[in-house]
Design a protein around this ligand. Structure first.
Ligand SMILES: [Zn+2]
Length: 332
């Protein structure tokens, strides 16, 4: 893969990462993944990404706006911006790559699943994350899910590292920040492997909303200010932390059918509360299945399309946790 711009020079420039890809269109095609740099020195470097999943356009818009708005003179350090990370998916409104069916956010660090998606992830991990001190990856629920707008941090690392992630989440300023153990194949995990202070965000989903774009835009700017990368005083913002990720936090459909939600995102639900129903499609005689949550929590994200197959995601919850509680889980 080749980057068409010099990312080590001061100033503001845009170009492409070119991934060779031979297909029916031509033997010598490339996949042009947009990249931009705003640099005033190299340290610290912040990696800003969106379009990790191709049907999540909030972050694409936010990072384009940021590139328009920020002059190199306004920053200390360097912003590397990839607004359409899985570009083949972004341009075709697909969550995963239409070229190899791989989920970009499950393939970082992978040594199998060859294909364009892994090649992009490998370039990002080896050539860009390796130079970063901080990172923000902007997501949303895409076409299938709606999140209460929130940021996400991983719980791993020593106390200082976790504290830096907590501080970044306060600066981002979403009402909630979800704390998870995380998976090894995500961009967040790739950042954690290299000690990069990393925040991701879930900016709604289902429909594009002004308020979610504004949260992501101003949250990203304020995080940059909090890291002293942007030459302005950060606004005093804060977030509440929710612990999630255990299997008891996730509810999947036990049957195929039509899902009826009985709760809204952001709502507090009690243990064994009825949160939805699934209606079998074929007959009247089959029983309607009642969906209960296992434990008390706040609904973070919920499916926003009704048709489900057995095993499909319905909703997930998080339990409020204190900062001390998060730090207790850190490795030292
Ligand atoms: Zn996503």
């Amino acid at each position: 893969m080749r980057c068409t711009i010099d990312i080590n020079q001061n100033g503001k420039r845009e170009g492409f990462i070119q991934l060779n890809h031979s297909n029916d269109r031509h033997a010598y095609g490339v996949i042009p993944i947009p990249i931009a740099v705003i640099a005033n020195g190299l340290e610290p470097t912040v990696l800003l990404t969106a379009g990790n999943h191709g049907d999540e356009y909030e972050g694409v818009i936010i990072l384009k706006r940021l590139y328009e708005a920020i002059a190199s003179e306004q920053i200390n350090g360097r912003l590397i911006i990839l607004p359409a990370l899985n570009f083949p998916a972004v341009r075709e409104f697909k969550r995963v790559s239409p070229l190899d069916n791989n989920n970009m956010n499950r393939i970082f660090g992978s040594t199998d699943s060859p294909g364009p998606t892994r090649e992009i992830a490998r370039f990002v991990e080896n050539e860009l994350i390796s130079q970063a001190r901080y990172a923000i990856d902007l997501h949303s629920g895409g076409t299938m899910c709606e999140f209460h707008p929130c940021s996400y941090i991983y719980s791993g690392g020593d106390q200082q590292f976790v504290q830096e992630k907590i501080s970044a989440a306060h600066c981002f300023g979403a009402k909630y920040t979800v704390v998870v153990v995380g998976t090894s194949g995500s961009l967040s995990a790739a950042c954690e492997r290299q000690g990069v202070v990393m925040l991701s965000a879930e900016l709604g989903g289902g429909a594009i909303r002004k308020k979610n774009i504004e949260l992501g835009y101003h949250g990203t700017l304020n995080a940059l200010a909090g890291w002293s990368v942007l030459d302005s005083e950060p606004a005093k913002t804060s977030t509440e932390f929710l612990l999630s990720g255990a299997s008891s936090s996730f509810i999947m459909s036990p049957i195929g059918g039509a899902f009826e939600p009985l709760v809204e995102i952001g709502q507090t639900v009690m243990a064994e509360e009825r949160v939805g129903r699934v209606y079998p499609l074929e007959t009247f005689s089959e029983p309607i299945i009642q969906i209960q949550c296992e434990k008390k929590g706040i609904v973070i994200g919920q499916r926003n399309q009704s048709l489900v197959q057995r095993g499909d995601f319905l909703l997930h919850t998080g339990e409020p946790v204190s900062e001390a509680g998060i730090l207790e889980q850190s490795t030292s």
